[in-house]
Design a protein around this ligand. Structure first.
Ligand SMILES: C[S@@+](CC[C@H](N)C(=O)[O-])C[C@H]1O[C@@H](n2cnc3c(N)ncnc32)[C@H](O)[C@@H]1O
Length: 268
């Protein structure tokens, strides 16, 4: 579908969208001129973001597989992003064909694409509009209520999305609300951008995101760790993306180039 057609359908093609920027970093095709211009600006500041986006998807895949192998059969993926390779339901269903997945996002273009992708998917997969800033609304949405058994353990994915939540929206409250709805034995799968090693690039990058549909809030390691309050981090804890249970040879990248930390916590 061309840009004009999306605009006619009410999609804002002129404001860079964080979902479409990420799609651009991943080499996808669902972005418009305004997204490409902003993405190129950001990549000129932090070219390693392309690799970080791929590593983030790889972490998501490994973490979903880990949770499915640990017996989890329900996955609530908030801030789903545009469909790409290795979507949560595809990974989970390789381990457990009966796993149920709910995809939630607040970007209408993500919902259109996710629904198109899932036309042929099984009935265990659903797509719902929802805004992470109102976690109570997500939890009580008919799609989520109908889809999940809140008495059985689940995995909640907040992968590369909490860094679009500002302090005024109280990120710790948001995760705590989700945590309180999760039975013990559930998992939180989370990744989050940080500017720890790259203060100057982080400043310049976040300025570009001020033009986007969500601001970017990079946080120091301790603040990311605080989001796991009430969860026990599974090994190896909160680490750089390639360090989380790599399924290939041990990573030997330069940690000073890493942008995103990740971890999986188990609710006790
Ligand atoms: C960088 S993408 C990450 C996609 C996927 N989770 C991954 O890691 O591959 C961030 C996604 O979060 C969504 N998002 C941003 N703020 C959100 C909010 N307040 N509520 C729900 N989704 C949000 C964006 O629309 C986008 O699809």
């Amino acid at each position: 579908m061309v840009e004009e057609e999306w605009a006619r359908r009410g999609i804002d093609v002129n404001t860079p969208s964080v979902a479409r920027l990420y799609d651009y970093y991943l080499g996808g095709k669902d972005h418009f001129a305004a997204d490409r211009a902003a993405a190129e600006e950001i990549l000129s500041i932090a070219p390693e973001l392309r690799m970080a986006a791929r590593e983030n998807r790889a972490f998501l895949g490994r973490a979903v597989r880990f949770a499915a192998e640990a017996g989890i059969r329900q996955f609530l993926d908030i801030g789903t992003g545009l469909p790409t390779r290795g979507n949560v339901h595809e990974v989970a269903h390789q381990v457990a064909p009966d796993a149920r997945i709910a995809y939630v996002d607040n970007d209408p273009i993500v919902l259109v694409h996710a629904r198109a992708l899932l036309r042929d998917a099984r009935e265990q997969v659903t797509v719902a509009p929802g805004d992470l800033r109102q976690p109570e609304e997500i939890l009580k949405s008919p799609e989520v209520q109908h889809h999940f058994d809140f008495s059985a353990p689940m995995a909640v994915l907040l992968v590369a999305v909490m860094h679009f939540i500002t302090e005024s929206d109280d990120p710790r409250r948001i995760v705590a609300t989700l945590r309180d709805a999760m039975p013990s034995g559930s998992y939180l799968i989370l990744s989050h951008g940080t500017g720890e090693h790259r203060a100057e690039a982080a400043d310049r990058g976040t300025k570009v995101y001020e033009r986007a549909n969500s601001p970017l809030v990079l946080r120091p390691r301790q603040e990311i760790l605080d989001l796991f309050d009430g969860f026990e981090l599974v090994d190896p804890g909160l680490v750089w993306l390639p360090e989380w249970r790599p399924d290939g040879p041990p990573p030997h990248g330069d940690p000073s180039q890493e942008l995103i930390m990740c971890g999986v916590g188990k609710k006790v």
